[in-house]
Each structure stands twice: as structure tokens, then as C-alpha cells.
Design a protein around this ligand. Structure first.
Ligand code: THU
Length: 129
């Protein structure tokens, strides 16, 4: 699974985004050490804080299927029909991902311009027990 493959899986997941309030659709694809890929999209709610980001939907989807070890997550998002792709995980998602793999790679951007980061660089001194 290349970074581009994972980003394409995130773009596909974005198609199911439920984002009637922000119109900012996000998709995420999480790669497990064993090769499995779990995806998620953002799911908004009329009570705004009750919505959930695509990254956490993907992670909770994976964890609830028994997965625990992750090497990378691809994230992509853009508003309305202004197709783009660069979408950095929010602070809450960084912390939630950090729980499982501080050294996970974060992939974003567009298929033509892929950007990669290390989660531990995006969340220095993250909290863990
Ligand atoms: N969102 C995500 O799903 N992931 C991110 O990394 C950033 C923001 C969602 C939350 C909300 O549904 C919409 O994008 C606008 O903030």
C-alpha cells in the first residue's frame, strides 16, 4: 500500500461525509501494521459539538474491529466543490491517534502533491499514561 493508495482510499471515504453544516467533507484511511485499512468520514450534527472528525471515525472503526497497531493515516478534505486535499488533523484527533501510535505517519495533500508528517512532530509532548 503506497501513500498514494492510502490517500485515494481517504478520498473515496470522503464521498460519504455527512457535513451539511460546514460543507467541508473529510475522509480518512488508517493503515494497520497487518495491512488492513479502515476508513472514516466526518459526521456532523445539528448540535455542532456532537459531530465527529473523519480521523476519529476511522480510528474507532479500526479499534472496534480489534486493530491496535497502526503505521499511517491519510486525511483529505475540502469545502464544497473546491477540490483540494490538504487537511491537517485537529488537535483532538492528534491526541486520539497518539494513544495508539505516536510514530504514525500522517499523509495529506493531493495525489499530485502528497505531504507526509510524523504524528509526534504534529503533537510534541503528547499526553500518554
Ligand atoms: N474535520 C475533520 O473531519 N477532520 C479534520 O482534520 C478537520 C476537521 C471536520 C469536522 C467538521 O465536520 C468539518 O471538518 C469542519 O470543521
Amino acid at each position: 500500500m503506497t501513500d498514494k493508495d492510502l490517500l485515494m482510499a481517504a478520498r473515496e471515504a470522503r464521498q460519504n461525509a455527512y457535513a451539511p453544516y460546514s460543507d467541508f467533507g473529510v475522509g480518512a484511511a488508517l493503515l494497520c501494521d497487518d495491512g488492513r485499512v479502515f476508513t472514516g468520514c466526518n459526521v456532523e450534527n445539528a448540535c455542532y459539538p456532537a459531530g465527529c472528525c473523519a480521523e476519529r471515525v476511522a480510528l474507532f472503526n479500526a479499534v472496534s474491529a480489534g486493530a491496535r497497531n497502526f503505521s499511517a493515516i491519510a486525511v483529505t478534505g475540502w469545502q464544497r466543490d473546491m477540490e483540494g486535499g490538504m487537511c491537517m488533523p485537529c488537535g483532538v484527533c492528534r491526541q486520539v491517534l497518539y494513544e495508539f501510535a505516536a510514530d504514525m505517519r500522517v499523509i495529506t495533500g493531493t495525489p499530485e502533491d502528497i505531504r507526509t508528517f510524523k504524528l509526534s512532530d504534529l503533537l510534541p509532548y503528547g499526553f500518554g499514561l
